[in-house]
Write a protein that binds this ligand. Structure first.
Ligand SMILES: Nc1ncnc2c1ncn2[C@@H]1O[C@H](COP(=O)(O)OP(=O)(O)OP(=O)(O)O)[C@@H](O)[C@H]1O
Length: 889
């Protein structure tokens, strides 16, 4: 019975830790196990533990540690951010703030001036030309290990060979032979890896060639460490991007436009790592077209103008990458990741260079009124530089690829499934590379199965020759991994055989948009100039409000001109290291494959941003106008001169003001005095008039009071007389006529006049004409005949006697008709009435009765026989009656 050979223990990299607390936590868990992804499990720790060298090699990574993680995420599940080489406090900016749909490529150009001072960052070492331009550059990196390395390396000859002591333990074909490549790397530092194995390719990309750098190797062999690195030991990607800006810095004759995208191939699905994670698959990228016209859509690209912007992009992409804890690697990449930089560049024109040399006060205004071309076509998403004046635009793509590691079946089902996809695609890559190498070696053109995997399809344009390629093969030096390492080295050897024939891609494109923008700027400038010329004349005609509007319109024009001409980043305002906060939001995302609705939304947002920026610009302009005419750094002489000038201006203005005062002051004062006098007279007149009116009103009030009093008195008199007549009748002095209870009418407005008229007519009919006062005669001549003609006269008279209506007072009232009939009665007339005292009369009543009894005579009022003498002696009423009524007494 053959016992199964025990499976060699897989490499268990020691996890470098950044914090001591985390370190102590992890040091207690050196056991290997599997776990699913969590944000914790994806924490990339750094290298304090790497400082534990065993020999000349750097310390070995620790074993994976258990993480209480939930299940791995599905491709479309939004993933949380993890800490990685690009995690930094400066990454705090939300990537969505940088979304701008409509990016003007001219506005995001980077050139040697705009890139800032990066001298401290650039490795000035000569770029080694290893590998040749028609061959793939292949380097091997041996990861440090705590265990004895199974491989012997000779860095000077770039050779690696399995230690002969292990030959007897392995049966992998070819493992015994030695391998020679372009470079062999050991140790932890990433800088030599970049300098020797990547830098020339980055520069080739900047020169207009497509370039691909990818890391290939067994899981946990150090691919991600090599490409991304850590914060302390940045990998190829961050170094390459710094170098890109350094390259621009050293290329004063050209200007560049950079666009980044970041994607991963997970379980044969291409996912956009920069698109917002979504559940409806909107971040799934499709491969469209074939061969050289192959492109990815929809793919979000971000225009970057500084290294800081690149860091933001990397951070977002890293946060979205799928990693998981496996049996071999605590944070294993479960996908192939591709970071792409599209580099467009063109020659700068002479005018631009000259103007750039003398910085404009308005910042990065484009020299010579640089035209703003539109965006590129859909075929190449994102903004495209436009060729200028027949000069071409170079376009190249730098792809930095971190392949997932080949691995054996794991104890986790999910990881096993992922591993299957990973291994299949790596196998296909191997096959494709093998075929290409064989075709190159044997000058054949056998079918290359690019289509067998997404990875090879994606790499097709590069692998088919039109790219400079650098392959970094990472190996685990442990004896337990000799099989995988040998396989990696064999792959590397095959790759070495692939022939390349990379070509620069140049576009000559004379897009009319440039002219359109240039013309718009010229038109706007002309309009502004015209308005400025007319301004003094026009402003005299305009109201204050209109003048404000006019000045706003001019400011708007100015703002638009500045917007259009402010195009190119200059060395003064872009910093390669820390980024430039004064720059417009950058990097700027472009995705022309979004739905129209999404594009509209982004456009709307961008417009809002533009508006608020325009407002800011206006405010800054205003502040600029308000600032002192001299900078604070101006020399004392200049300041003195300015003060003298301004003093002179003030004096001149004072003289002008004085002249006005002298010439116009006196006449104006005279006019003012005249007007004041005139107004004083008018005011006096008006005062008098008002006083008169007030007096008149007071008089009226007084008269009204008197009228009221009189009315009250008259009413009292009436009531007294009514009582008197009643008593009179009750005494039987009214004859045989039955006693009729007096029912005096109630006073009413106009009622006195009506009563008076009625009584007058009654009286007229009752008295002989001769006894009537002349007024009666005049008004209506009374005669017996006439009376006889009045059949009702007798009856009226009788009725009057019966009702006692012919009272002396009423007759008196006849003489003094009514207060209401007189507008303003004289004082004398009223005094007569005032003298009438009914109380006194009533007091006299018993006396009158007594007299009547004693004399036995009759007491008549009206036509009765009562003597006027008695009445007059007893009451002032009787006097009135005697005097006014002219009655026979
Ligand atoms: N040269 C090196 N020096 C120090 N540590 C290293 C080196 N190479 C790799 N490591 C460490 O080894 C561990 C695994 O490395 P890494 O994640 O880069 O492997 P990988 O090949 O990307 O794995 P996978 O394919 O599973 O993603 C990490 O903790 C990393 O820091």
């Amino acid at each position: 019975m053959v016992l199964p050979t025990p499976r060699p223990a897989p490499f268990t990299p020691k996890r470098p830790t950044a914090s001591s607390s985390l370190n102590s936590l992890l040091s207690s868990t050196h056991k290997k196990y599997k776990a699913s992804i969590t944000s914790e499990s994806r924490i990339r720790t750094t290298t304090s533990s790497l400082a534990r060298p065993k020999s000349s090699l750097a310390p070995v990574p620790s074993s994976p540690t258990k993480s209480p993680s939930p299940r791995p995420r599905t491709p479309n599940t939004p993933r949380s951010k993890s800490r990685g080489p690009f995690d930094d406090d400066s990454f705090s900016r939300d990537i969505h703030e940088m979304d701008v749909t409509n990016v003007d490529p001219e506005e995001v150009l980077v050139d040697f001036e705009t890139v800032g001072d990066i001298s401290a960052e650039i490795d000035e070492a000569d770029i080694p030309r290893v590998g040749g331009e028609d061959k793939v550059m292949v380097s091997v990196r041996v990861r440090p290990s705590e265990a004895q390395s199974a491989w012997m390396t000779d860095i000077s000859t770039s050779t690696i060979k399995l230690d002969p002591s292990h030959n007897k333990h392995v049966s992998t074909p070819g493992s015994a032979s030695s391998f020679t490549f372009d470079a062999i790397h050991t140790g932890t530092p990433n800088k030599p890896i970049y300098t020797l194995s990547a830098r020339s390719h980055v520069h080739a990309a900047m020169d207009g060639y497509n370039a691909v750098i990818f890391a290939y190797g067994q899981t946990a062999s150090g691919k991600t460490f090599t490409l991304s690195g850590t914060k302390e030991e940045p990998g190829i990607i961050p170094r390459a991007m710094k170098d890109v800006f350094g390259f621009i810095r050293n290329a004063p004759a050209r200007e560049y436009l950079l666009r980044c995208s970041y994607l991963e191939i997970y379980n044969e699905t291409i996912v956009d790592l920069l698109a917002p994670p979504s559940t409806n698959g909107s971040n799934i990228v499709q491969l469209q077209g074939t061969g050289p016209s192959l492109h990815l859509a929809p793919l979000r690209e971000q225009v970057v103008t500084s290294y800081k912007a690149v860091q933001d992009v990397l951070k977002q992409g890293e946060g979205n990458r799928r990693t998981a804890c496996t049996d071999w690697n605590e944070r294993s990449s479960r996908s192939h990741s591709v970071f792409r930089v599209v580099i467009e560049s063109r020659e700068r024109d002479e005018g631009a260079r000259r103007e750039a040399a003398t910085p404009e006060p308005s910042g990065r205004q484009t020299p010579g009124g640089r035209q703003t071309p539109g965006l590129g076509g859909r075929q190449t998403p994102g903004p495209k530089l436009q060729a200028r004046g027949g000069r071409s635009v170079q376009c190249s793509v730098l792809s930095l690829i971190d392949l997932a590691g080949s691995e054996k079946a794991t104890s986790d089902k999910e990881r096993t499934k992922e591993g299957k996809y990973i291994n299949t695609s790596l196998l296909t890559l191997g096959t494709v590379i093998g075929t290409l190498a064989e075709n190159a070696a044997k000058k054949k053109s056998d079918h290359v199965p690019y289509r067998n995997s997404k990875l090879t399809r994606l790499l097709q344009p590069s692998l088919s020759g039109n790219a400079r390629i650098s392959v970094l093969c990472t190996i685990n030096p442990d004896a337990s991994a000799i099989g995988e390492s040998t396989s990696t080295l064999l792959f590397a050897r095959r790759v070495k055989g692939v022939a390349l024939h990379a070509q620069k891609k140049e576009i000559v494109d004379t897009d009319a948009l440039i002219e359109r923008y240039r013309k718009e700027i010229e038109d706007l400038k002309q309009r502004l100039e015209d308005r400025e010329k007319e301004a003094p004349v026009r402003n005299r005609r305009l109201s204050a409000r209109e003048q404000i509007d006019e000045s706003k319109a001019m400011k708007d024009l100015n703002a638009r001109i500045q917007q259009l001409t402010k195009l190119i980043l200059t060395s003064q305002n872009v910093e390669e290291g820390a980024g430039d906060a004064s720059r417009p939001a950058s990097p700027v995302k472009i995705d022309f494959d979004m739905t129209p609705y999404q594009l509209q939304q982004e456009l709307l947002n961008a417009r809002h941003q533009l508006e608020s920026q325009a407002t800011q610009i206006l405010a800054l302009e205003a502040a600029l106008l308000d600032r002192p005419a001299l900078p604070t750094s101006a020399s004392e002489d200049e300041k003195d001169k300015l003060i003298v000038d301004q003093t002179r201006t003030i004096r001149e203005l004072e003289m002008v003001v004085k002249g006005y005062e002298e010439n116009l002051g006196q006449p104006l004062r005279q006019v003012k005095e005249d007007v004041e006098k005139e107004w004083v007279v008018k005011v006096e007149e008006e005062k008098k008039k008002r006083e008169e009116s007030e007096r008149w009103a007071e008089e009226l009030v007084k008269q009204l009071d008197r009228e009221k009093k009189n009315r009250t008195k008259l009413e009292n008199e009436r009531q007294a007389l009514a009582a008197f007549v009643t008593k009179f009748d009750a005494l039987g002095l009214g004859g045989s006529a039955p006693v009729v209870k007096l029912q005096p009418p109630m006073p009413a407005v106009g009622g006195a006049v009506a009563s008076f008229t009625e009584r007058r007519q009654t009286t007229r009919s009752a008295f002989p004409t001769s006894t009537l006062p002349p007024s009666y005669e005049e008004e209506e001549p009374a005669s017996p005949e006439r009376n006889a003609t009045r059949p009702d006269a007798q009856q009226d008279n009788l009725l009057a006697q019966e009702t006692g209506d012919l009272s002396p007072v009423r007759l008196g009232m006849d003489a003094q008709p009514s207060l209401l009939d007189q507008a303003l009665p004289g004082e004398d007339d009223w005094s007569m009435l005032n003298e009438v005292s009914f109380e006194a009369e009533l007091e006299e009543k018993p006396r009158a009765q007594k007299s009547k009894t004693s004399t036995g005579g009759k007491l008549f009022f009206g036509k009765g026989a009562v003597t006027g003498k008695n009445l007059r002696a007893q009451s002032p009423v009787k006097d009135i009656l005697a005097g006014k009524e002219n009655l026979p007494i």
